[in-house]
Every structure is written in structure tokens, then in C-alpha cells.
Design a protein around this ligand. Structure first.
Ligand SMILES: NC(=O)C1=CN([C@@H]2O[C@H](COP(=O)(O)OP(=O)(O)OC[C@H]3O[C@@H](n4cnc5c(N)ncnc54)[C@H](O)[C@@H]3O)[C@@H](O)[C@H]2O)C=CC1
Ligand SMILES: O=C(O)C(=O)CO
Length: 363
């Protein structure tokens, strides 16, 4: 007998039934649904962490049997969703790109600084009452200015992160991606020309031919690819071994991009090597030993956790579902979702981002 779960119901008499597996930040997403004749059921269970096993054939076939038409991930990454199963059952799959780009990049930049300058170790040292005055060797870390920042996956977030580290700390860029990041290259070139015209050392960029080139040359490496079979355990023992012994590795993409068992061994063997991690291979758990590593900064998958971003993600997720209910077309540019986020404006009659591009007529 399944245990009853607690549900919060909005607009009980609404014609269309929308179920949210978690409560989401803000209230605009709720209003957008209830104002459009939706009955909204929000699962208020404290812990409903769901995995790809949950978002697959069982769920989508049940959704189809119930007359369901759409599912929306409150996330831009949708590796947790079996899209093929959704296709088989005629279910559109939405995600929430664009609204979380800078927020996520800022957290990756925060992890970079925290790791490079040993902020967490120093904080714990102070709180433990161990500080006895300034010392030349106390918590010496890495300077970023003029060093090389490496980005694996120079998409929306990777490019935003690269620009923060280049424009903010005058680092030089080397990146690896399957596609050329032309817009990023143009920004870095222009910024370099500005610096040179003002008598400063220009910043540079390089598109690496291989991932190994990035790992070999960079002082800081930040991972921003999607998670798929080509990026699973992308950082493995062999690739850890070619990185600089005092490099900083940051991951705010997906945990399985790094072989975390191998990472723990590398951190043990290389105390000058540091990591900043927002995501983990077996969330919510860390691999054995990682929690003990002083050269690791770890936070619980909070990279997109700014108020504006999380409320915006909730709005986009709701509008994906509402758009399918209304038979709206899919928005033409998922990278430009600002029109959906204006609090006082009526959103465009479209689904912000549907990953399996299913025309409404098929639903
Ligand atoms: N920690 C968190 O809370 C968050 C994590 N993410 C993760 O970040 C990922 C990236 O998000 P966006 O930048 O918006 O996506 P995006 O699609 O704009 O960028 C991903 C980039 O990865 C590249 N890529 C794919 N396979 C690759 C490979 N084998 N080697 C190198 N590059 C490869 C793609 O060409 C693309 O440029 C998401 O898929 C998600 O998993 C995103 C938001 C928040
Ligand atoms: O958007 C994503 O992919 C996340 O991981 C949650 O912000």
C-alpha cells in the first residue's frame, strides 16, 4: 500500500490538471497556471529526489494513460529524463535554459576563488580559534591574474564563466568544445585590444584541438558540458595525471563528468591540487574520503540558486506545460527567454523550451 503523500491544491476546480513534484520558489508560476484554468497540485513532501529511473517509461506511460501531454524539468540539464520514453508516449519534455546561465557561472567563479585562495580552510581555522597573527606562509594559495583558465564545454554557462574569469581577473583562455565559441572568441579579442590600447597586457584565447591540451596548459579548469555518454567520466585518472599539480578543477555541470573515486585518490596524492564541486557522482552522497579532503570545497548543487533564477526557472517550467496545454508553438530561441520573465508582462504565447520538439498536434 503506497504511503499517502501531502499535496497542496490550488484552483481545485480548474479544467486542466498540473502536478508539481516539489514546491518551487516564487508565486508567479502558480498564478500563471491558475489564471489559465489549471488545477495545480504541489507535492509538499520534504524529500522527493527523483532519478532517471523515475522520469522514464513508468512515468510517461502513466502520464499518457491519464491524458497527460507535457512534462517540464525545472533545470536546463535533462540527463535525468528518458526522452525516448517520453517520445514513445507522445509527451513533450520541457527544460529551463538561459535563465540560469549567469547565476551558475557566478557560482563556478565563486568555487574557483574559494579553492584557489583556500577560503574554507581559512574560515574553519579562524572559527577554531587557531589564528595567532599574520604569518608569511599562512594559507598561501594561487594568483589568478595572467594565468590560464581552461573551459571544457564553452556553451551558455561555460562562455559566461570564461568571460567572468577573463574580464574579472585578466586570465588567458583555452577552451575545448565540439563547436567553435565564436561569440566568446570575439569578446576576448576585443577585451584584449582594449587592454593593449590602455597600456596593459592583453588577454588571449585559444581553442584547443583536444581536451588534453586544456588539461595540460590550464591553471584553472572549469567543466560545463552536458552530461551524456561522451562526457561521462570525462575527467578520469589519466586526465587527472596530466593536469598541473597545483591546478584548480571546478565542476558545476554534472557529477558523473568526473570519476569521483579517482578524484579523491588524486586529491590525497596531490595536496596542492584543489577542487571546487557543486555536483557529485552519486548525489546526494559524496564518494568515500571526499568529505575529509581539505583541498576540496564542496557545496550541495546550488549553482542555480539565486532568487531571480530559481523563480525564473519555475516560471519557464510552468509555461512549458501551459504552452502545451494551450497548443502554443515552441519559442524560437531558448537562449533568449527574457520575454517570459518580465513580472508585469503577459508571457509570449509559446513554450519557452521543449527538448523533443514535439508539435502540439501530436499531443
Ligand atoms: N550545477 C547546477 O546547478 C547546474 C548545472 N548545469 C549543467 O550545465 C550544463 C551546461 O548548461 P548550458 O551551458 O546551459 O548548456 P549548453 O548546451 O549551452 O552548453 C553545453 C556545451 O557542452 C558542449 N559539449 C557537449 N559534449 C561535449 C564534449 N564531449 N566535450 C566538450 N564539450 C561538449 C556543447 O557543445 C555545448 O557547447 C547543463 O547541461 C547542466 O548539466 C546547468 C545549470 C545549473
Ligand atoms: O539546471 C540544471 O541543470 C541544474 O542542475 C539545476 O539548476
Amino acid at each position: 500500500m503506497a504511503k499517502p503523500i501531502s499535496i497542496e491544491v490550488w484552483n481545485p476546480s480548474g479544467k486542466y490538471r498540473v502536478v508539481s513534484t516539489k514546491s518551487m520558489p516564487g508565486t508567479r508560476w502558480i498564478r500563471l497556471l491558475t489564471d489559465n484554468d489549471c488545477r495545480l497540485e504541489i507535492c509538499t513532501e520534504a524529500k522527493t529526489i527523483l532519478s532517471v529511473d523515475d522520469w522514464g517509461e513508468v512515468l510517461f506511460s502513466a502520464l499518457k494513460r491519464a491524458g497527460g501531454t507535457a512534462f517540464s524539468n525545472m533545470a536546463v540539464g535533462y540527463n535525468n529524463v528518458d526522452v525516448e520514453a517520453a517520445n514513445r508516449n507522445g509527451i513533450a519534455v520541457g527544460n529551463t535554459p538561459g535563465v540560469l546561465t549567469e547565476t551558475t557561472a557566478e557560482l563556478a567563479a565563486s568555487l574557483t576563488l574559494a579553492a584557489a585562495r583556500r577560503i574554507v580552510e581559512a574560515d574553519q581555522f579562524m572559527r577554531a580559534g587557531l589564528y595567532e597573527g599574520w604569518l608569511p606562509h599562512l594559507f598561501v594559495g594561487n594568483l589568478l591574474k595572467g594565468q590560464t583558465v581552461g573551459v571544457i564545454g564553452a556553451g551558455r554557462i561555460g562562455s559566461a564563466y570564461a568571460r567572468m574569469m577573463i574580464e574579472g581577473f585578466k586570465m588567458n583562455l583555452i577552451y575545448y568544445d565540439l563547436y567553435q565559441a565564436t561569440r566568446l572568441e570575439k569578446f576576448v579579442t576585443a577585451y584584449g585590444q582594449f587592454l593593449k590600447a590602455n597600456g596593459e597586457q592583453p588577454v588571449t584565447w585559444k581553442r584547443a584541438a583536444t581536451m588534453e591540451d586544456v588539461l595540460r596548459e590550464a591553471d584553472v579548469i572549469s567543466l560545463h558540458p552536458v552530461l551524456d555518454k561522451t562526457t561521462y567520466h570525462l575527467i578520469n585518472p589519466e586526465r587527472l595525471a596530466i593536469m598541473k599539480k597545483d591546478a584548480v578543477l571546478v565542476n558545476a555541470s554534472r557529477g558523473p563528468v568526473i570519476d569521483e573515486v579517482a578524484l579523491v585518490e588524486h586529491l590525497k596524492a596531490n595536496p596542492m591540487f584543489r577542487v571546487g564541486l557543486d555536483v557529485f557522482e552519486d548525489e546526494p552522497y559524496m564518494k568515500p574520503g571526499l568529505a575529509d579532503m581539505k583541498n576540496a570545497v564542496v557545496v550541495p548543487h546550488i549553482a542555480s540558486a539565486s532568487k531571480w533564477t530559481r523563480e525564473g526557472m519555475a516560471t519557464l517550467a510552468a509555461l512549458n506545460v501551459l504552452g502545451k496545454i494551450k497548443g502554443y508553438p515552441v519559442w524560437g530561441n531558448p537562449n533568449q527567454v527574457e520575454p517570459f520573465l518580465k513580472e508585469s508582462a503577459t508571457p509570449p504565447p509559446a513554450c519557452p523550451s521543449i527538448v523533443n520538439g514535439m508539435p502540439s498536434s501530436k499531443l
